[in-house]
Design a protein around this ligand. Structure first.
Ligand code: FES
Length: 111
């Protein structure tokens, strides 16, 4: 089983911005190439603390923090997860670097 993880925020602000639908769409697209989650798991995450830049989606251990994600961005995120392209540039580098670091530190630590 893969340890690669993609989290879609399910906090209040991101939910208001439609993260539930985005999660379903992303999971469905990724399932087409990885039906048994052998390469990546797509999961919800309570809140990344970057609520003003929602919807937030992270890719770990790649350490890619996608922000202000909309439905239109889901195909390019799915392609990036599949290794078919770069992280869409307009979605990265929006949240404070220290917020990103906290998230990566948390995901790095065993729990
Ligand atoms: S609600 Fe999504 S980052 Fe806080």
């Amino acid at each position: 089983m893969s340890n690669r993880l993609c989290y879609v925020c399910e906090g209040g602000d991101c939910t208001e911005m439609g993260s539930g639908d985005l999660f379903d769409k992303l999971r469905d697209l990724v399932k087409e190439f990885d039906p048994d989650e052998e390469r990546i798991k797509i999961r919800r995450y309570p809140c990344f603390g970057a609520c003003e830049h929602g919807v937030n989606v992270t890719l770990y251990p790649d350490k890619v923090f996608y922000s202000e994600v909309t439905e239109d961005d889901i195909p390019s995120i799915a392609a990036h997860i599949k290794g078919e392209g770069e992280a869409p540039e307009h979605l990265t580098g929006k949240c404070e670097p220290d917020v990103e670091e906290i998230i990566w530190d948390m995901l790095d630590s065993p729990y």
